[in-house]
Each structure stands twice: as structure tokens, then as C-alpha cells.
Design a protein around this ligand. Sequence first.
Ligand SMILES: Nc1ncnc2c1ncn2[C@@H]1O[C@H](COP(=O)(O)OP(=O)(O)OP(=O)(O)O)[C@@H](O)[C@H]1O
Length: 292
Amino acid sequence: MRRTTTEVAIATRNLGRRYGRKWGLRGCSLSIPAGRVVGLVGPNGAGKSTLMNMMVGLVRPTEGELELLGERVGPNTVLHRVAYIDQEHSLYRTFKVREMLKAGRKLNARWSQRMAEDRLRARGIPLDSKVGELSGGQRAQVALAVALATTPDLLILDEPVASLDPLARKEMMTALMEAKAATGCTIVLSSHVVSELERLCDYLVVLDHGRLRVAGDIDELLDEHRLLVGPAATASAVATAQHVVHRDGGSLLVRGARPVDDPQWTIEPVDLETLVMQYLAMAYQPVRETVA
Ligand SMILES: Nc1ncnc2c1ncn2[C@@H]1O[C@H](COP(=O)(O)OP(=O)(O)OP(=O)(O)O)[C@@H](O)[C@H]1O
């Protein structure tokens, strides 16, 4: 298994990007260890693509700092160790698969032709087929084969399965799991759908309205959070002794739950979907950011 050379794969400090008068992402500080599979979750307009585009050098930050694999992002820096698959699966449709591989070989010093060919053969995708004539699922597999053949230390995928049917979705997720096991590279993938990420990811980043809501190791996050459920009438009293993330009537999502001295209240574990939904629903005033 190949190992990355730095402990922290993604470090951002107060990272922000403004589009005109509106912030696409603001005040984002993250420190994500290398070798993780990161699920970047949030609704439309949350800032997921903005963050990913900054990571791959397509969009420049307006403020803050961004380091990948221990280096500042910029031309002739870390980007040759980063592979990116966008929502359209980054392919030339008029090319044959073989020509895509040739282009990849020419453009990437770290290219592994054998890795690309083995991957495509295993999925029954002939090198002479035209990219534009492949199914959406096959195109996604070609994009992944090309990305992995660049032997990246960081692989970034913007909603890799959003356009795929359920079978192709499953196949893509399986291919990503295999890639995770085989390479050990850090993987970041975005999605609106938490359940899609659950089997694959071990690290979670939740964005909403251009703000970071929560980030961390998924097992640790699930361990730290509890749902306190009881009568709405006593919820305020119970909440005073807790670190409440979100309250909905007699249901409180809390971090680091303290014991509740009231038999009408129960303390329940949370699943990942509930955790994310509660962070997205948490009492947060979407700030109307305007330029001073
Ligand atoms: N090029 C742009 N010009 C103006 N505003 C933009 C641009 N790109 C993104 N935005 C705005 O920034 C905010 C964050 O958008 P972004 O595309 O990063 O979100 P997202 O989480 O990827 O959304 P989606 O799931 O819909 O792809 C949105 O309000 C969006 O309208």
C-alpha cells in the first residue's frame, strides 16, 4: 500500500471565496488527516464545488489559506499529486478510450499505463470504444481509471455518482472502495445523499450556506453525539446542562451528553443521516454576506 508523505492531507484556515457580493464559502478551517475517505456533504449551494475547485486550482481563494499534502496550492506545486473528476467525468467524448489513456500518459509524469489498462479490462471496457458511445456508468469507470492511473496522493470527486443509475452507482462505489483499499490515497467525494457515503467514507465534512457546520472522523462524531428525547415541556431545562447542537421540540441533539436526571428522558445513539440532518437544521441564521 502506497503511503502519502504528509500527516495532514487537507489543511484550510479561514478559507473563503467570494463571487461578486456573495460568498460561496467563508471561514472554513479544516485539518483532514492523510489516507482518509472524506464525504463532503451539503445541500445545493452549500459550497462543496467551491471548496473542491479551490483544492484543484480552478478557483482562487478570496481569503484564507489552503494547503494540500503539506504544500500551498498553485501552479507547479502539489497539483501533480492531485486527481480530480468533475460532475461530467472530465472526458473527451470524441476520443477512443485508448486515446484518453495516451493523453493521460503524455500529461502525467506519474502515469501507470498498466493500472489503467488492468482496471478497464476488469470492467470489460474495450480500449477501442469511443468515450461518447459508452454508457454513463462506463464513462465514470473510464474517468476513475484515468484518475487513478495518475497515481494521485489525493483524489477529488465532485458528485461522482449523481448522474448514474442505481446499478452504475453501485459499481462506481465498489470501484472506489477497491481503489481505497489498493492505493491508500486520500479521497474526497461530495454528495447530497448521506446514505451513499456511509459505506465508503470514514471522515465527514458538512457544509451549508457556504459555512462549515461540522467535520470529523465519522466514528468519533457518532460516539460524541446523542439524541435526548423527552417531553417538550422540560426540554429547555434539560438543554441548559447540555451542549445542544439542535433542538426540535422534545428532541435534542447534543455533543458530549451529560446524564439526565429525569426518567421521562431517554438518551439515544444517532445514526449518520440523523447527525447530518440535525446539523443542517441547526439554529443558524444564514448570514446575508455583503461586501463592506
Ligand atoms: N461562478 C459562480 N458565480 C457566482 N456564484 C457562484 C459561482 N459558483 C458558485 N456560486 C455560488 O456559490 C454558492 C456555493 O456554490 P457551490 O456550487 O460551491 O455549491 P455546491 O454545494 O457545490 O452546490 P451543488 O450541490 O448545487 O453543486 C452558491 O450560492 C452558488 O450560487
